[in-house]
Design a protein around this ligand. Sequence first.
Ligand code: HEC
Length: 122
Amino acid sequence: MNKFVGKHVVIAALFALAGFAATAQAADVVGNAKAGQGKVAMCIGCHGIPGYRTAYPEVYRVPELGGQNRQYIENALRAYKKGDRHFETMRAIATSLSDQDIADIAAYYAAQTSSSKNNPDK
Ligand code: HEC
């Protein structure tokens, strides 16, 4: 085998590995509601958890997140982060979140029900 071809085979193999690693990483992001609980302190002020239940409907100016579908929350945060969805404060916040943060926060909010206790990490 000549040297030139050999080099390309190695490069192709490296690209294949890198692609594999990237896919594995994306699949590894599993939301953890418990971890999410500690990450929503900065959301509570606006999204009103846990006060939203008692304050409803007067204080309501932002969407309710508790009990919302996990995928829906993840998609919304990713859309803000990417700039597909526009709302300045939400974009600034979403930009600061990692994929893991988004997954954890979505898991946390999705697990909320009307009988959930107030967030102790508030
Ligand atoms: C400064 C106030 C503020 C803070 C802080 C804030 N949000 Fe928001 N959020 C809003 C407003 C207002 C909207 C509605 C914006 C729009 O119409 O797109 C919104 C929208 C959302 C949506 C989309 C909901 C839907 O029904 O479409 C999600 C998800 C969300 N916020 C998550 C979060 C999370 C998670 C945090 C904390 C990491 C957070 N927000 C912090 C004000 C805030």
